[in-house]
Design a protein around this ligand. Structure first.
Ligand SMILES: O=P(O)(O)OC[C@H]1O[C@H](OP(=O)(O)OP(=O)(O)O)[C@H](O)[C@@H]1O
Ligand SMILES: O=C(O)c1cc(=O)[nH]c(=O)[nH]1
Length: 248
């Protein structure tokens, strides 16, 4: 049964409010799961379960909170805040609803702020099709064209970074400039036996070191904050998994 979710506010502590909601709605679950990478994991983040209005709102607000803070925005001496990106890009498939919901959430928060500033008026969303369309407008990008634009990637979870590398490739092929990444959960795993860095660590290195890459939650948050809501056995399995696959 789902749990009712309070409306998000700009200064919400997402780690302490989101985590119980994700668990009670089974977005975050504990058991035995096989990942895309082939690893067997004691937990799984099922973002497709964030399909209810309250969960979509709560998760969008968490992404929006990150995207409306430095270094994703710059505030000048007059207090005017400007985004340091032009496009919020959601990689297919699970990034698609995220990019649209997050941009909407940014605009809603501005409009409810008491003195709307239109901060996000020139920001668009965009996503890719997994199969290119051969008729109509053609191509595999839906939403704003990426050419020459500063693009922030939003996605649900990062493990080995395969999805992120693919998204970067799509954006660069379209002539866009990758300007940042925000994910809901960083699983904080080493990319492979021969690469001890996490996918985010590798992306920071590969994208030049000055591109902001942020997660709302990380595996360490689950281990540190869930001891009252899941069993000691589950926490131990998370720790064992981290010992085996955790990034340096
Ligand atoms: O860091 P990685 O090892 O790539 O794993 C994480 C990614 O894998 C999943 O998507 P998937 O590629 O299955 O595509 P989907 O969104 O179409 O389900 C997940 O939604 C992440 O985007
Ligand atoms: O690595 C994955 O495949 C993966 C992990 C996870 O927690 N959730 C998900 O959708 N995919």
């Amino acid at each position: 049964m789902s749990t009712s979710i309070p409306p998000p506010s700009a200064n919400q502590d997402y780690k302490s409010t989101l985590l119980p909601l994700l668990i009670s709605n089974k977005v975050l679950s504990f058991g035995t799961y096989v990942l895309k990478s082939g690893r067997e994991s004691p937990y799984f983040f099922t973002s497709t379960l964030m399909h209810t209005a309250p969960l979509l709102r709560a998760s969008s607000a968490a992404y929006a909170s990150v995207l409306s803070s430095e270094p994703f925005v710059t505030t000048d001496a007059n207090g005017t805040t400007k985004p340091n990106f032009d496009i919020v890009f959601g990689p297919a498939y699970k990034g698609i609803p995220i990019c649209a919901a997050v941009l909407n959430e940014l605009a809603v928060q501005d409009s409810l702020s008491g003195s709307p500033k239109g901060t996000w008026d020139n920001v668009s969303y965009s996503f890719n099709r997994k199969e290119a369309k051969a008729h109509g407008e053609g191509g595999n990008i839906v939403g704003a064209p990426l050419k020459g634009k500063r693009v922030v990637i939003v996605d649900d979870v990062i493990t080995a970074g395969t999805a992120l590398r693919e998204a970067v490739g799509i954006i660069e092929k379209e002539g866009g400039i990758v300007a940042g990444v925000v994910v809901m959960l960083d699983r904080e795993e080493r990319v492979s036996d021969s690469e001890p860095k996490s996918a985010i660590g590798c992306a920071e290195r590969d994208l030049g070191g000055n591109i902001p890459i942020r997660s709302v939650l990380g595996l360490h948050d689950l281990i540190e904050k869930l001891s009252d809501s899941i069993g000691a056995g589950e926490i131990q399995r998370l720790k064992d998994y981290r010992s085996r696959y955790g990034a340096e």
